[in-house]
Structure formats: structure tokens, C-alpha cells
Ligand binder design. Structure first.
Ligand code: ADP
Length: 186
């Protein structure tokens, strides 16, 4: 587990903000909200979406479907039901189509929208998965850089004090650790 503090401690708001990168299963995170890598219908699916729906129970699919469809790059909030997390923020990442279809902006927007919802709700802790890098095929290194840059910027003006970035496998963890190192070097 890597524990790192936000490098910008100039503001009282983010003096205590932190980013934790770890390898694990996001469904076990006891935070105010976990973020789901959802599909546009918010209907549940495979990968992290399937794991979250299995752990939350059948009420989640009813609640999320009722809120769908959700635009790519946007996010919507439901309760967490049987999850240890109080809420789920369903964010719809872009499908990778070669990089010329606005994918970087849409991926950054997922993280930004998740923070906007978290700020509105005054959440203090939030956990993210690696949005779009599974079935949606976004190249891992590129996605990691966008995620880390966007999260670190959003943390500067957020109610969120703790971000847990949950990588399912070692390769993904390595990519996000590298992106974080690059962020600290800028
Ligand atoms: P997308 O369709 O947005 O690409 P996927 O669920 O296919 O979403 O993959 C996104 C990432 O989530 C991948 O890195 C995948 O390994 C990871 N993942 C799958 N299950 C879990 C889980 N239980 N906790 C955290 N991450 C997970």
C-alpha cells in the first residue's frame, strides 16, 4: 500500500487531503462513496460494475436503471445498499476508439463529475476504480495519467479528504503509481 499526501498544502481546505493507491476489491471499501465504471444504461454489467451490483444486492440495479441513461463522461448517485460504502457514484467512461473521439476529455469528466457529486453531498472519503481500462479498452498508462491529474486537481477544492484508488491487479497498480510519480515531478 502506498500512502501519499497531496503536495499542495497551501490551502486550509486540502491540508489533510490524501490519495491512497492500493491493490484490492473496491466493493470492500468503507467510504462515503465508491465510484462504479458503469454503462450508459446504468443497468449493471461485467467487471467492476458486476462486482458492485453483486455486493450491493438487487436494489442497486432497480435504483440505477431508474436514473439511466447516463451520458458518457457524466455520473449519477445511488445509495450503496448492502455495500460497506454509503453511496455509489455511477460514472460512464468512454470506450477507447483510438484517441481521436474526445476520449481524454470524457475520461477526465468522469472523475470531475464524481467530485462534483461528492462535493454537493459533502463526502469526505471516496474510492475510485480504474475507469475505462477494462472492457472499454482505454490504454492503461494514458488513463492513469488523466485519472491522477484530474483527482489531484479536484482535491484542491473539495470536501473530500481521502481518495482511495483501488486497482484490481498489480499491472494497474504499477501504472497508477507511475502516473502519481510523474504528477509529483511536474
Ligand atoms: P470499463 O468497462 O470501464 O473498462 P471494467 O470493469 O471492465 O470497466 O474495468 C475497469 C477496471 O476495473 C479494470 O482495471 C478491472 O480490472 C477493474 N476491476 C474489476 N473488478 C474490480 C473490483 N472488484 N474492484 C476494483 N476494480 C475492479
Amino acid at each position: 500500500m502506498l500512502f501519499v499526501d497531496s503536495k499542495d498544502d497551501s490551502s486550509l481546505l486540502n491540508m489533510h487531503s490524501s490519495l491512497e493507491l492500493l491493490q484490492g476489491d473496491i466493493t470492500t471499501q468503507k467510504v462515503d462513496a465508491i465510484v462504479n465504471a458503469a454503462n450508459r444504461a446504468l443497468s449493471g454489467g461485467g467487471g467492476v460494475d458486476g462486482a458492485i451490483h453483486r455486493a450491493a444486492g438487487p436494489e442497486l440495479v432497480r435504483a440505477s436503471r431508474a436514473l439511466g441513461p447516463c451520458d458518457t463522461g457524466d455520473a449519477k448517485l445511488t445509495p450503496g445498499y448492502n455495500l460497506p460504502a454509503r453511496y455509489v457514484i455511477h460514472a460512464v467512461g468512454p470506450v477507447w476508439q483510438g484517441g481521436e473521439k474526445n476520449e481524454p476529455t470524457l475520461l477526465a469528466s468522469c472523475y470531475q463529475r464524481a467530485f462534483e457529486i461528492a462535493n454537493t453531498q459533502q463526502f469526505k472519503s471516496i474510492a475510485f476504480p480504474s475507469i475505462s481500462t477494462g472492457a472499454y479498452g482505454y490504454p492503461l498508462a494514458k488513463a492513469a495519467q488523466i485519472a491522477i491529474d484530474t483527482i489531484m486537481t479536484a482535491l484542491e477544492t473539495s470536501s473530500v479528504e481521502k481518495v482511495v484508488f483501488v486497482c484490481f491487479d498489480r499491472k494497474t497498480l504499477k501504472a497508477y503509481q507511475k502516473a502519481y510519480q510523474q504528477w509529483t515531478a511536474t
